[in-house]
Design a protein around this ligand. Structure first.
Ligand SMILES: Cc1cc2nc3c(=O)[nH]c(=O)nc-3n(C[C@H](O)[C@H](O)[C@H](O)COP(=O)(O)OP(=O)(O)OC[C@H]3O[C@@H](n4cnc5c(N)ncnc54)[C@H](O)[C@@H]3O)c2cc1C
Length: 522
């Protein structure tokens, strides 16, 4: 008796000052009544959306053959998913941790409609209510409403987060995607003493495709990601944000007069040849970087080959080299014994054209959405890239991956990143010593995450940690990290947690594997 009373007094002040979880969810007595939701809806000009079961036409009881066929055909389309209020890019996060949800079956190969799913169609891991914000005032109203009722609150922009941070079972979210205005401001200054610079002010919903197009219209190039539908001003920036020009632009805005590209594949006849090809690709990374080449390459054990997407920008037309020079630079890999290359080099005058004509058509094929995916990433440090013994282990890691787990090497970080002090921003200090980073993806069936998928992803992750170390790209990670605090932020974590406790003591802004989620939950 004494113990429990003492314990209560000891922990209560701490508990109250740092948490109000568990959050209030729909169907609980604490959840706002219809009339309160209606009042909120009126105050945001009818922009409160009750999430719909968008896959229900594929389920017994509400089956609609034609509609289900349409849904199965369109579910992997980036722009279609972008338009779903509560939907996400990857279906596993639309389900809860018991695979409850309403995923759409795959389209049968003969193009007929999938058979009706004999299961319950539920919201699963998706938000229950969404405020489709059109202004700062809408966001303020949504945040105040969530705080008043202690709701599980989420900010959703495009729903790309691989860790499902923009969703949550029973959550109430604000959707920023449609606040996608942009302004080109000449002579902008952050503070009165700063130097003037030209900047693009982008709304929180502007995506990569829109940013490149807007910059192109204004005769400049902006730093963004590889994938058109990723939000350029939301989670991308919060987690660091890397892209094709990351190694040279950092976050600056500049102009290119020509961009050389080389795209293509190299396929090998057997595993021995594939092993040699991977080894040559890894060895090429330093010489390519020294010559200003950027981009990505992927390796696939199923195809026994690699796919290359290489870019090199020039800030003056006079400096621009012959695009076939890129082919020459890749020669050691293109000439790997037992492998056949099929590559093509081009020169394109503007970055936006490069993106629309070359990069995006390829990228949408290699980074699928509308699927159930587990992903992991690791930074590739300068120490590693200069250490032959460790590089040998990297090569073995790539070749020994399960064949259906593709590997992606991203030369989207580098010299420009190092100009910033490691402690100047929240991102992991190891970024300031990163040469590149890599991802491995492991897909599961449309029905949801399986034990086999989780176990395989865990085994790959353990190997990756042994070979590359513990530091990951926060934005390209799943949920299996042993210590997400160390992996995502390293020594910055304690400082970030201190700030979080000060500015959000009730844990209103919460998400999976985020700062403070070990205290407030998510
Ligand atoms: C197919 C695909 C391709 C990708 N390609 C790249 C790439 O080329 N380069 C790269 O760096 N990353 C890439 N990513 C990772 C991407 O950066 C992250 O998924 C990022 O979190 C997406 O941010 P979002 O705002 O678009 O998505 P969301 O899922 O909507 O948001 C992600 C997180 O940011 C928070 N958030 C969003 N907007 C705000 C805001 N205004 N204020 C506060 N919090 C906010 C959300 O709450 C959530 O926690 C890719 C991801 C996918 C799925």
């Amino acid at each position: 008796m004494f113990f429990s009373a003492f314990f209560f007094y000891l922990i209560t002040p701490l508990f109250l000052s740092h948490t109000r979880a568990p959050y209030c969810l729909p169907n609980s007595p604490c959840f706002p009544l219809q009339k309160e939701l209606q009042k909120l809806n009126a105050s945001v000009d009818g922009r409160l959306i009750k999430a719909e079961l968008y896959g229900k036409a594929c389920y017994k009881g509400s089956y609609d053959e034609e509609e289900c066929r349409r849904l199965a055909g369109v579910k992997t389309d980036f722009h279609w998913r972008d338009g779903l209020a509560a939907g996400l890019m990857h279906t596993n996060w639309e389900q809860d941790n018991q695979n409850r949800g309403c995923p759409i079956p795959d389209l049968p190969s003969d193009g007929t409609s999938p058979v009706p799913v004999d299961g319950k169609c539920e919201l699963g891991g998706m938000s229950s209510y969404v405020v489709n914000a059109s202004s700062v005032e809408d966001i303020q109203k949504a945040v105040k409403f969530a705080a008043k009722y202690n709701l599980r609150f989420r900010v959703k922009n495009t729903g790309h987060c691989y860790t499902g941070r923009s969703s949550g079972k029973g959550s109430f979210s604000v959707w920023t995607r449609h606040m996608n205005d942009a302004k080109f401001e000449k002579g902008w200054k952050a503070c009165s003493g700063d130097q003037k610079q030209n900047v693009i002010s982008a709304g929180p919903g502007v995506n990569v495709e829109e940013l490149y197009a807007f910059a192109g219209k204004n005769g400049v190039v902006a730093h963004g990601g590889f994938t058109a539908t990723v939000g350029a001003a939301g989670g991308f920036v919060l987690g660091g944000g890397t892209g094709p020009m990351g190694a040279i632009l950092g976050m600056a805005v500049d102009t290119f007069k020509a961009v050389n590209t080389m795209i293509g594949q190299i396929g090998c006849k057997d595993r021995i040849a594939y092993k040699e090809l991977v080894s040559r690709m890894v060895d090429l990374q330093i010489p390519l970087r020294e010559k200003g080449q950027m981009g990505t390459w992927s390796a696939s054990g199923v195809d026994l080959g690699v796919a290359i997407l290489s870019v090199k920008p020039f800030t003056s037309a006079e400096q621009a080299s012959n695009p076939n020079d890129t082919i020459e630079m890749f020669k050691p890999a293109l000439a790997a014994p037992g492998c056949t290359p099929l590559v093509q080099a081009n020169q394109i005058p503007t970055w936006n054209d490069v993106y629309q004509r070359v990069l995006w058509p390829i990228i949408q094929g290699v980074g699928p959405v509308g699927v159930n995916i587990a992903i992991l990433s690791r930074l590739i440090s300068y120490d590693l890239i200069h250490d032959q013994e460790r590089l040998a282990r990297v090569k073995a890691f790539i070749v020994d991956l399960p064949p259906d787990a593709p590997f992606l090497w991203q030369n989207a970080v580098g010299e420009a990143t190092h100009k910033i002090s490691p402690d100047a921003t929240a991102i992991h200090p190891d970024w300031r010593n990163a040469f590149a980073f890599m991802d491995v993806a492991y897909q599961g069936p449309w029905q949801g995450v399986t034990a086999h998928q989780t176990a395989t992803a865990q085994a790959i992750l353990n190997n990756a940690t042994a070979v590359f170390g513990t530091t990951a790209y926060y934005n390209e990670n799943w949920k299996l990290e042993e210590n997400f605090r160390v992996t995502n932020w390293g020594r910055h974590y304690e400082r970030l947690l201190g700030i979080k406790k000060e500015v959000d003591p009730r844990g209103l802004f919460a998400c999976r594997d985020c700062v403070g989620s070990e205290i407030w939950g998510f």
